[in-house]
Write a protein that binds this ligand. Structure first.
Ligand code: UDP
Length: 315
């Protein structure tokens, strides 16, 4: 079985590649390395079932030979990244999804879309279940990501309904783990980088906004199950353990001997006030729920960040 993984050199894409290779798949990664990194998949280069082609999937995708599964994971995914790369973010969510679907159709392959809890925007209900249509500002700074992913879901459903492509959509909630970039601007890498450089940890707003953090191995397990399921409508995958950002900062802080101070900074525009997945559907149809407790996941992730930080300092 051969899979094409767009964005396979990214944080989540690379963990997905590890899983696919471990399950015996032949994997071709397509990545332009705008936010991904060679180092995320360096350990796979010599594997006989693994290949990477450097290309921009927002342009035409050309893959010779048979393909059984196209998994579209390419996109900037941190708010800081998609603010820096607004046009690329819109293009990879819209044109990239169209191209990846076109490849799946041409190869008679299955298709898997990595979508996002950002489809719910700044939600008016919590937890968010899959039938909720969301509360998104289309022209705000986050609109480039949110609307591209909403378009991507619409396009995926159209290819399923009109062309009969066997499609799957996961809505990914906040995920963390090794291979996140220390400088990607998200809360956890920011807090860790600040702690490692002796700066105060910056909590935005009053810190009462909530998120729910899922460790990457749990997320990949949910994705792998959804890949093999018969479900075509979106499925939330995330950890329903909801905490405020202030509590989260304090949990991260407790992992450092020289605990840094916490300072408040202004809340970015349209920052969702609450985010928590309703995972009843994933539990029911995939028999999936997350297993890794926050402190255990944080310990593993912080070890990774500390090693990366030390390696870059000496490089
Ligand atoms: N955040 C924070 N300090 C930071 C970075 C982010 O308090 O240094 C907050 C951000 O405002 C948001 C939450 O942490 O409320 C999660 O932000 P992140 O960028 O990780 O992802 P998001 O869930 O917003 O996509």
């Amino acid at each position: 079985m051969r899979a094409v993984v767009t964005g396979g050199a990214g944080f989540l894409g690379s963990h997905l590649c590890d899983r696919l290779i471990a399950e015996g798949w032949n994997v071709l990664v397509l990545d332009n390395l705008v936010t991904g990194a060679d180092s995320n998949i360096g350990h796979l280069w010599s594997h006989p079932n693994f290949r990477i082609a450097r290309c921009d999937v927002s342009k035409y995708i050309d893959v010779p030979g048979p393909v059984d599964y196209v998994l579209h994971f390419a996109s900037p995914a941190s708010p800081v990244d998609y603010l820096k790369l607004p046009i690329q973010t819109l293009k990879v969510g819209a044109l990239g999804t169209h191209n990846a679907l076109g490849l799946a159709l041409a190869k008679k392959a299955k298709f898997f879309l990595s979508s996002t809890s950002e489809c719910y925007g700044d939600p008016e209900i919590s937890p968010q279940h899959e039938e909720y249509w969301g509360h998104v500002n289309p022209i705000g700074p986050r609109g480039v990501y949110d609307e591209a992913k909403r378009f991507a879901e619409a396009m995926t459903m159209a290819y399923h309904r009109y062309h009969g492509v066997d499609t799957h959509i996961v809505r990914i909630f906040n995920t963390y783990g090794p291979r996140m970039r220390l400088n990607d601007g998200r809360a956890l890498p920011n807090f860790v980088h600040q702690a490692l450089t002796g700066k105060p940890m910056t909590v935005y707003g009053d810190g009462k906004q909530t998120r729910s953090f899922c460790f990457v191995s749990d997320l990949i397990e949910g994705i792998y199950r959804l890949m093999q399921s018969d479900e075509h409508l979106p499925v939330n995958i995330g950890n329903p353990h909801e905490i405020t950002m202030m509590e989260f900062a304090e949990r991260v802080r407790s992992h450092f001997e020289n605990a840094p101070a916490i300072v408040l900074e202004p809340l970015p525009q349209d920052d969702p006030k609450q985010r928590c997945p309703d995972i009843a559907k994933a539990k029911r149809i995939l028999k999936w729920e997350p297993k890794v407790p926050l402190d255990e996941g944080l310990r593993v992730t912080l070890d990774y960040f500390k090693k990366e930080f030390a390696a870059n300092k000496t490089a």
